[in-house]
Write a protein that binds this ligand. Structure first.
Ligand code: F6P
Length: 541
């Protein structure tokens, strides 16, 4: 079914009218009038509780938003994704990260072939490999056990495994340490290598395409470092390097034995790939059983997403509320605030997941949007952000919807730390919602300062409570956001699974790289870029 023009849908027009009413309401008043708001607007799913009551919504808002989802044929789009239809139309690819964690193992067909046997074979290969590294069957060139894993990748081949490995620090296998090198800036590589012993270091070159300039440059540097430390013996490379890629020919050309290659498929988008062999550094660090728990948690969220009516469906609700703010309140950004030190990379991970997916300006049919699509995603862990940028969220001129995420049980329950963390998280959502009126401020404040001390409140938040951050609950949390992004893409009528916008910069960098290295004048550029290239050549090279 083709996507109808969003702004012509009946629910869209009704939401525009409804917005005129709701924009005048203050959350403080809604809570005063509705003492059961938390019960009505919160949902529990396994280890997660989503409280969406502190949003500028009423029953009518939710009714209209879920109608918008129905009118956008969301149910059909969900079915198409899960059944392997080629919904990434600009690249003619299915979108099947859900198959990677399909723990029920039911067949998933792409072009008449079941992808599950291939997925299971790679999982088994990962299992055998991680066990062999952990029990010392596989060792470094001098016979020592591996202690350090270095993942070399960028974007989706870095952010997912890096975020998950960091979040699951309490599950790290004793004696194993994970490192991630992504930036082509040599400092990233050198800071990592300087800490490592080549005899006990295993490199994973993670690249879907195996052509990404940054990753290939870093991979060659790591290769040379190893050779420099083993008497230039090329034979050691196969013991210390493995590859995760869809590009067998390029892996071979790099010199990695294809026995040491972990395959994945073109129907796995880079930013959705942590569930594939791109998750190898996760499995090596926390063990394969825990990696499977991560898959289980995501699979459970997949089932919830696929089977639950929109009005009780966590990803759908989060997506619709996001659309409410983006398209009706004109919110330009969404902040992610994990109150957990180990989740500190979640904002960066979601930044790629969301902005590379929904940063689009044309519909699937190639028509320019006459409404806004994906917001800017940003964030930092709490409580650090409170002492930095929360000022603008509380008292700035724009409305920034916020997601607060916190585990109830800490892996490091020392003293009062976790109670303080939890109290701050809950307090911020209350403060953002309620604000502080001029009357409340005025009691003990000179007139000249009253306006400065007023908090307008009415700032919307979601709160996600997680019983404990485990591989399983983390899997569910990530899948929740993946599906939220998917739903928004469906309603906006865009292709959330391509990323043509990253290409132009890559092409121009290739041209400029050559010019920086040559003595001839820079080629055809604008005057500014030519000036910068010439300046660099005169002063630095
Ligand atoms: O340049 C963007 C991008 O293609 C991302 O979509 C991807 O996650 C990243 O680069 C890395 O790509 P690859 O895994 O092919 O090296």
């Amino acid at each position: 079914m083709s996507t109808p023009q969003l702004t012509t849908l009946p629910a869209w027009g009704k939401l525009q009218d409804h917005y005129q009413q709701v924009k005048k309401l203050h959350l403080r008043d809604l809570f005063d009038q509705e003492s059961d708001r938390f019960d009505r607007y919160s949902l529990q799913f396994n280890e997660l509780l989503l409280d969406y009551s502190k949003n500028r919504i009423t029953d009518e808002t939710l009714k209209l938003l879920t109608t918008l989802a129905s009118e956008s044929h969301l149910d059909d789009a969900i079915r198409k994704m899960f059944t392997g239809e080629k919904i990434n139309t600009t690249e003619q690819r299915a979108v099947l990260h859900v198959a990677l964690r399909n723990r029920s193992n039911t067949p998933v067909m792409v072009e008449g072939n079941d992808v599950m046997p291939g997925i299971n074979a790679v999982l088994e290969q990962m299992q055998n490999f991680t066990e062999a590294v952990h029990d010392g069957t596989l060792r470094g060139f001098s016979g020592k056990k591996f202690t350090d894993i270095v993942n070399i990748g960028i974007g989706g081949s870095d952010l997912g495994p890096h975020m998950v490995t960091t979040a699951l620090r309490p599950y790290w296998i004793e004696g194993m340490h994970a490192h991630f090198v992504s930036n082509v800036d040599g400092s990233d590589m050198m800071e990592t290598l300087n800490k490592l012993n080549p005899e006990t270091t295993l490199f994973i070159i993670a690249s879907k395409t195996f052509t990404t300039r940054e990753t290939m440059t870093n991979a060659h540097t790591a290769r040379q470092w190893l050779l420099d430390h083993c008497g230039n013996n090329e034979g050691v490379i196969k013991h210390h390097f493995v590859a995760v890629s869809t590009n067998t020919a390029a892996v071979k050309a790099f010199g990695i034995d294809t026995d040491n290659m972990f395959e994945f498929w073109d129907w796995v988008g880079g930013r959705y790939s942590l569930w594939s062999a791109i998750g190898l550094p996760i499995a090596l660090t926390i063990g394969m059983e825990n990696f499977k728990q991560l898959l289980n948690g995501a699979h459970e969220m997949d089932l919830h997403f696929r089977e639950t009516p929109f009005e009780n469906n966590l990803p759908v609700l989060m997506a619709l509320i996001g659309i409410w703010y983006r398209n009706f309140f004109a919110a330009t950004s969404q902040v992610i605030l994990p109150y957990d030190h180990t989740l500190r990379l979640l904002p960066a991970y979601l930044q790629q997941a969301d902005m590379e997916s929904n940063g689009k300006r044309v519909t699937i049919a190639g028509e320019y949007l006459d409404y806004d699509s994906g917001p800017v995603i940003w964030g930092q862990p709490g409580t650090n952000g409170q002492h930095a940028f929360y000022q603008l969220i509380h008292q700035g001129t724009q409305m920034i919807p916020a997601d607060f995420i916190i585990p109830l049980e800490s892996h490091n329950p020392i003293g009062e730390h976790h109670t303080i963390l939890l109290a701050n998280c809950l307090a911020q959502t209350e403060a953002l919602m309620k604000g502080k009126t001029a009357a409340e401020v005025a009691q003990d404040t000179p007139d000249s300062l009253v306006a400065h001390k007023v908090f307008p409140g009415n700032k919307p938040t979601n709160t996600i409570l997680i019983n404990k951050l485990t591989p399983q609950s983390l899997g569910s949390l990530i899948a929740l956001y993946e599906h939220k992004i998917f739903v928004q893409g469906v309603i906006w009528g865009i292709n959330s699974f391509d990323q043509w916008g990253v290409e132009l910069g890559k092409q121009l960098a290739g041209v400029i790289e050559k010019e920086l290295e040559s003595d001839t004048p820079a080629g055809k550029h604008d005057n500014s870029t030519t000036g910068l290239i010439d300046y660099c050549r005169q002063h630095l090279l």
